[in-house]
Design a protein around this ligand. Sequence first.
Ligand code: 5GP
Ligand code: ZN
Length: 113
Amino acid sequence: MSCLFCKIANGEIESKLVYADDDVVAFHDIAPQAPTHILCIPRRHISTLNDLDEADAQLSGKLLLTARRLAKELGFAEDGYRVVMNCNGHGGQTVFHIHLHLLGGRALHWPPG
Ligand code: 5GP
Ligand code: ZN
Protein backbone atom coordinates (compact mmCIF):
# COMPACT_ATOMS: atom_id res chain seq x y z
CA MET A 1 0.00 0.00 0.00
CA SER A 2 1.58 3.25 -1.10
CA CYS A 3 -0.74 5.50 0.90
CA LEU A 4 1.06 8.14 2.99
CA PHE A 5 -1.34 7.97 5.93
CA CYS A 6 -1.33 4.14 5.96
CA LYS A 7 2.45 4.43 6.29
CA ILE A 8 2.11 6.94 9.12
CA ALA A 9 -0.44 4.67 10.83
CA ASN A 10 1.86 1.64 10.69
CA GLY A 11 4.96 3.64 11.67
CA GLU A 12 6.75 3.29 8.31
CA ILE A 13 6.80 7.08 8.08
CA GLU A 14 7.51 9.16 11.16
CA SER A 15 5.01 11.58 12.62
CA LYS A 16 4.49 13.47 15.85
CA LEU A 17 2.04 10.99 17.31
CA VAL A 18 -0.59 12.24 19.75
CA TYR A 19 -2.76 9.16 20.20
CA ALA A 20 -3.10 5.64 18.83
CA ASP A 21 -5.30 2.62 19.47
CA ASP A 22 -6.46 -0.37 17.42
CA ASP A 23 -8.78 1.74 15.26
CA VAL A 24 -7.58 5.34 15.27
CA VAL A 25 -4.29 7.25 15.04
CA ALA A 26 -3.84 10.98 15.72
CA PHE A 27 -0.72 12.98 14.82
CA HIS A 28 0.34 16.58 14.25
CA ASP A 29 -0.14 18.00 10.76
CA ILE A 30 3.19 18.69 9.03
CA ALA A 31 1.99 22.16 7.94
CA PRO A 32 -0.10 23.42 10.87
CA GLN A 33 -2.81 25.99 10.08
CA ALA A 34 -3.39 26.81 13.77
CA PRO A 35 -1.30 26.61 16.98
CA THR A 36 -2.58 23.04 17.28
CA HIS A 37 -3.43 21.15 14.10
CA ILE A 38 -3.92 17.42 14.54
CA LEU A 39 -5.10 14.82 12.04
CA CYS A 40 -7.24 11.92 13.28
CA ILE A 41 -7.34 8.96 10.91
CA PRO A 42 -8.70 5.42 10.90
CA ARG A 43 -5.98 2.75 10.72
CA ARG A 44 -7.95 1.08 7.95
CA HIS A 45 -7.56 2.68 4.55
CA ILE A 46 -10.69 4.54 3.41
CA SER A 47 -9.99 6.94 0.53
CA THR A 48 -12.66 9.60 0.92
CA LEU A 49 -15.77 10.41 2.89
CA ASN A 50 -17.72 9.09 -0.12
CA ASP A 51 -16.29 5.62 0.58
CA LEU A 52 -17.61 5.41 4.15
CA ASP A 53 -20.57 3.10 4.58
CA GLU A 54 -23.09 2.23 7.26
CA ALA A 55 -20.75 -0.34 8.77
CA ASP A 56 -18.28 2.47 9.48
CA ALA A 57 -20.67 4.37 11.75
CA GLN A 58 -18.84 3.37 14.92
CA LEU A 59 -15.44 4.14 13.43
CA SER A 60 -16.54 7.59 12.24
CA GLY A 61 -17.95 8.32 15.68
CA LYS A 62 -14.68 7.26 17.22
CA LEU A 63 -12.76 9.76 15.06
CA LEU A 64 -15.03 12.54 16.27
CA LEU A 65 -14.83 11.47 19.91
CA THR A 66 -11.04 11.29 19.65
CA ALA A 67 -10.94 14.90 18.40
CA ARG A 68 -13.27 16.00 21.19
CA ARG A 69 -11.14 14.29 23.83
CA LEU A 70 -7.88 15.72 22.47
CA ALA A 71 -9.38 19.23 22.41
CA LYS A 72 -10.20 18.82 26.09
CA GLU A 73 -6.81 17.36 26.99
CA LEU A 74 -4.94 20.06 25.08
CA GLY A 75 -6.92 22.76 26.86
CA PHE A 76 -8.79 24.56 24.07
CA ALA A 77 -12.18 22.83 24.32
CA GLU A 78 -13.82 25.74 26.14
CA ASP A 79 -12.35 28.48 23.93
CA GLY A 80 -13.46 26.51 20.91
CA TYR A 81 -11.96 24.73 17.94
CA ARG A 82 -12.79 23.37 14.52
CA VAL A 83 -13.12 19.88 13.11
CA VAL A 84 -12.98 19.55 9.33
CA MET A 85 -13.03 16.72 6.85
CA ASN A 86 -12.27 17.65 3.24
CA CYS A 87 -13.66 15.51 0.43
CA ASN A 88 -12.27 15.33 -3.11
CA GLY A 89 -11.31 18.27 -5.32
CA HIS A 90 -13.85 20.91 -4.36
CA GLY A 91 -13.40 20.07 -0.68
CA GLY A 92 -9.65 20.55 -0.96
CA GLN A 93 -8.66 16.97 -0.13
CA THR A 94 -5.02 16.28 -0.99
CA VAL A 95 -4.33 13.03 0.88
CA PHE A 96 -6.72 10.24 -0.08
CA HIS A 97 -6.99 8.43 3.25
CA ILE A 98 -9.77 10.04 5.27
CA HIS A 99 -8.68 12.30 8.07
CA LEU A 100 -10.38 14.64 10.43
CA HIS A 101 -8.54 17.93 10.99
CA LEU A 102 -8.63 19.25 14.57
CA LEU A 103 -7.66 22.94 14.66
CA GLY A 104 -7.36 24.85 17.90
CA GLY A 105 -5.49 27.57 19.75
CA ARG A 106 -6.68 30.65 17.85
CA ALA A 107 -9.93 32.20 16.64
CA LEU A 108 -10.70 30.78 13.21
CA HIS A 109 -12.51 32.64 10.43
CA TRP A 110 -15.77 31.62 8.84
CA PRO A 111 -16.74 31.04 6.10
CA PRO A 112 -13.66 29.19 4.83
CA GLY A 113 -12.22 30.20 1.46
P1 5GP B 1 -6.31 17.48 3.15
O1 5GP B 1 -5.89 18.65 2.29
O2 5GP B 1 -6.25 16.20 2.36
O3 5GP B 1 -7.62 17.67 3.85
O4 5GP B 1 -5.26 17.40 4.31
C1 5GP B 1 -4.04 16.73 4.20
C2 5GP B 1 -3.18 17.24 5.33
O5 5GP B 1 -2.09 16.37 5.46
C3 5GP B 1 -2.60 18.63 5.07
O6 5GP B 1 -3.02 19.51 6.11
C4 5GP B 1 -1.10 18.41 5.06
O7 5GP B 1 -0.37 19.45 5.65
C5 5GP B 1 -0.95 17.10 5.83
N1 5GP B 1 0.21 16.31 5.44
C6 5GP B 1 0.63 16.05 4.18
N2 5GP B 1 1.72 15.25 4.20
C7 5GP B 1 1.99 15.00 5.51
C8 5GP B 1 3.00 14.24 6.17
O8 5GP B 1 3.88 13.63 5.57
N3 5GP B 1 2.97 14.23 7.54
C9 5GP B 1 1.99 14.89 8.24
N4 5GP B 1 2.07 14.81 9.58
N5 5GP B 1 1.03 15.62 7.66
C10 5GP B 1 1.03 15.67 6.31
ZN1 ZN C 1 -4.28 4.78 3.52
